[in-house]
Design a protein around this ligand. Structure first.
Ligand code: B12
Length: 229
């Protein structure tokens, strides 16, 4: 869905200092300072969605790169993961619901696939779906393929949304699509996939309906899919 070049952060010059403070606090493993910065950001009226999609995503990218290069190790990754979760919670609690009636009857089940416990990106997408009026059921992490399908049926969901952050767990997104076909209910649900290693090519290859690069993309896609269904 993301058709063009990477979106530019929509921050004003004077807000950048605060965002840099948040970034520095997280990258220097200072959770209290980071949470303080996040609250400051909210108080100054900076859009929490942009902070999540740009600043948080950037911190995650820097941390991931350092981990890959062997500059930091698993305890650091865990620590940054915890700080990112806490900061995201502060930002999320300040998302205002648009009370969109248009999408209020529309239901989505969302989760991170089997074997994968990365929750931060999935939580952001789930929160934003709710903020946009969708009824989003968050199934959590390490969700087995049959649970996605069983819950989608039970909740009369229009969309199954799956997150995967590990290349080793991407095949479970495919498994869900295959299982839907095998059960003869592929046409009952739209399937949307996302997460770090996921691409449009992967979505096409496994027969998903859409791929979303970030949470903003995810909302646009889900709105489009339910309008057309
Ligand atoms: C934090 C983190 C962790 C934390 C997770 C904490 C938590 N509660 O989530 C912990 C420490 C637990 C962890 C563990 C591991 N991790 Co880790 N982790 C990360 C890190 C640094 C950030 C992930 C993150 O939260 N990103 C921020 C969010 C906002 O971004 P996002 O998840 O991509 O989500 C956005 C989009 O992708 C999209 N999106 C996400 N989901 C969905 C779903 C849909 C439907 C849509 C439309 C869109 C969408 O929207 C989101 C918001 O914009 C990444 C590095 C990175 N660059 O991502 C590594 C990374 C993902 N981890 C990695 C690895 C290897 C591991 C471990 C295997 C390490 C180990 N040796 O044990 C374990 C695996 C555990 C498991 N079984 O899942 C690798 C994966 C490599 C690969 N290609 O497979 C990465 C890339 C680091 C690296 N560069 O090596 N990790």
């Amino acid at each position: 869905m993301n058709s063009g070049a990477k979106k530019e952060p929509p921050f004003r010059e004077r807000d950048k200092k605060l965002l840099d403070e948040l970034e520095n606090a997280i990258l220097s493993y200072e959770p209290e300072k980071a949470k303080h910065s996040a609250r400051d950001i909210i108080e100054k009226g900076i859009d929490p969605i942009s902070v999540m999609n740009h600043t948080i995503a950037n911190i995650a990218r820097i941390t991931g790169d350092k981990f890959e290069k062997g500059e930091i190790f698993l305890p650091h990754l865990v620590f940054v993961g915890d700080i990112l979760s806490e900061v995201s919670e502060i930002l999320e609690s300040n998302l205002s619901s648009e009370e969109s009636k248009e999408f209020s009857g529309k239901t989505i089940v969302i989760g991170t696939v089997e074997g994968d416990i990365h929750s931060i990106g999935k939580n952001i997408v789930a929160m934003m779906l709710k903020a946009n009026g969708f009824k989003a059921f968050d199934l959590g992490v390490d969700v087995k393929s049959d649970k996605f399908i069983e819950q989608a049926k039970e909740k009369n969901s229009q969309i199954i949304a799956m997150s995967s952050l590990l290349t080793t767990t991407m095949p479970y997104q495919k498994e869900v699509v295959e299982e839907l076909k095998r059960l003869g209910c592929r046409n009952l649900f739209k399937v949307v996939v996302g997460g770090g290693p996921i691409t449009k090519e992967w979505a096409d290859e496994i027969g998903a309906d859409e791929y979303g690069e970030d949470a903003i993309d995810a909302i646009d896609i889900c709105k489009k899919l339910v309008k057309n269904s």
